[in-house]
Design a protein around this ligand. Structure first.
Ligand code: GAL
Length: 336
C-alpha cells in the first residue's frame, strides 16, 4: 500500500484441482480456477492485473462489500432517534458502505486447514463512526474452498452500538473465461423483485417478475430479454429469493453451455442482486488483455434488500450489541 502496509495473497487449493486466490486488500478474490467439462481449469472471475488496479479502478472486483451493501437513500438513516449521515459516493446515495468501504481496506488474515478443505479467515475492525456508521463493528469473513467444489463464505459481525449491517461479495463471474455472458443460462429462484426509482432506490414494493425480462424462474439465456430491461443498461436488480429449504438454500443456477461449467449460489440471505456489469464494457480487461465487451460478466450478490435501513417493510438489517450477525453464501461448481 502507499503507506507501506503489506498486502498478502493466499492461494487455496482443494482436492479436485480448484484454486482460489484472495488478497487482504478488500478481502478480494483475485482468481478462481475451475475445471471445464474436459477437466481444463479456467479463471471464472474478472480481476485486475495488479494491486494498483484493485486500489484505483472502483469496480468492486471480487471484493468484500460492507458495512452496507448496495444503496442507502441520500446517504442518511435514522436509528433509535438519531440521524446518521454517510458519504454520498454514488450521488445522490451511498453505495457499498461509503467512499472507503470494506473493499478498500487491508484486512488481517490467517490460513486454516480443515478436513473439508482449506480456508482463509479475514478479520477487520471498523471503528465507531467509520463512514458515518455508529458502533465499533468487528467483522469476520471465512473463505473456504471445500472438497465439494464450493467457494463458501461465512460472514460474522458484532457491534457495541446498534448499527445497520449488510455484507456481500462482489465477484464478476464469467464461466466461459472470456467473451460476454449473454449466452450463459440463468435461473433465479425468485418470483418477486424490488422495483427501484431513477436512482436505484427500491420503492418498497415487492413486484412479481411474472413473464417480463426479470423472470428467471425458468432457465433462460441472459441475453434473451436483456434489451427489454428498463433503462437499457442490462440487469442491475435485487431479487426476492423465494422462501424454502433449510438455509442456506439454492438461490440461483448459472450454466455456460459451451464449457459445461455450472455455478449454483446458495444463501440464507433474503435477496440477490443480478448485475450484468454495464460499467465494464470497453474498459481495459487487465487479466485477459484487450477490452471488455458489453456484459463481460455478472455479479450475483447475496444481500439484504437495498436501502433496508430506511424501509421498515423490508427484513431488518439492524444489528444490536450482544447480537451476532451470521450468514453463509456458497458458490458451488460443477461441469458436465
Ligand atoms: C453493484 C450495483 C451496481 C453498481 C456496481 C458497481 O452491486 O448493483 O449498481 O454500482 O455494484 O459498479
Amino acid at each position: 500500500m502507499p503507506d507501506g502496509t503489506p498486502v498478502e495473497l493466499f492461494t487455496l487449493e482443494n482436492a479436485n484441482g480448484l484454486t482460489c486466490r484472495a488478497i487482504t486488500y478488500g478481502a478480494t478474490v483475485t482468481g478462481l480456477l475451475v475445471p471445464d467439462r474436459s477437466g481444463r481449469p479456467g479463471d471464472v472471475v474478472l480481476g485486475h492485473g495488479s494491486l494498483e488496479g484493485y486500489r484505483t479502478q472502483g469496480a468492486y472486483m471480487g471484493c468484500a462489500v460492507g458495512r452496507f451493501a448496495n444503496r442507502i437513500a441520500r446517504g442518511r438513516f435514522t436509528l433509535d432517534g438519531t440521524t446518521y449521515e454517510l458519504p454520498i459516493n454514488d450521488p445522490p446515495n451511498t453505495l457499498h458502505g461509503g467512499s472507503v468501504g470494506f473493499g478498500k481496506v487491508v484486512w488481517k488474515a490467517v490460513a486454516s486447514e480443515t478436513p473439508g478443505g482449506p480456508s482463509v479467515i479475514f478479520e477487520h475492525v471498523s471503528p465507531d463512526g467509520d463512514q458515518g456508521f455508529p458502533g465499533t463493528l468487528r467483522v469476520r469473513m471465512t473463505y473456504s474452498l471445500t472438497n465439494a467444489n464450493e467457494l463458501r463464505i461465512d460472514y460474522e459481525a458484532q457491534t457495541d452500538r446498534a448499527t445497520p449491517v449488510n455484507l456481500t461479495h462482489h465477484s464478476y463471474f464469467n464461466l466461459a473465461c472470456g467473451g460476454d455472458v449473454l449466452g450463459h443460462m440463468l435461473q433465479i429462484r425468485a418470483g418477486r423483485y424490488t422495483p427501484v426509482d431513477g436512482s436505484l432506490i427500491p420503492t418498497g414494493e415487492l413486484a412479481r417478475v411474472a413473464g417480463g425480462p426479470l423472470d428467471f424462474t425458468e432457465m433462460k439465456p441472459i441475453g434473451r430479454d436483456i434489451a427489454g430491461v428498463p433503462g437499457g443498461g442490462g440487469y442491475d436488480h435485487n431479487f426476492v429469493i423465494d422462501p424454502g429449504g433449510p438455509a442456506p438454500a439454492l438461490a440461483a443456477t448459472l450454466t455456460d453451455p459451451a464449457s459445461g461449467r455450472t455455478m449454483e449460489v446458495l444463501t440464507d440471505e433474503p435477496g440477490i442482486q443480478l448485475f450484468t456489469a454495464s460499467n465494464l464494457g470497453g474498459r481495459a480487461a487487465a487479466k485477459r488483455g484487450g477490452t471488455y465487451p458489453r456484459h463481460p460478466a455478472l455479479c450475483l450478490e447475496t444481500q439484504h434488500f437495498p436501502n433496508s435501513v430506511n424501509e421498515p417493510g423490508f427484513p431488518t438489517t439492524v444489528l444490536r450489541p450482544g447480537g451476532k450477525f451470521q450468514s453463509t453464501t456458497i458458490y458451488r461448481f460443477s461441469a458436465g
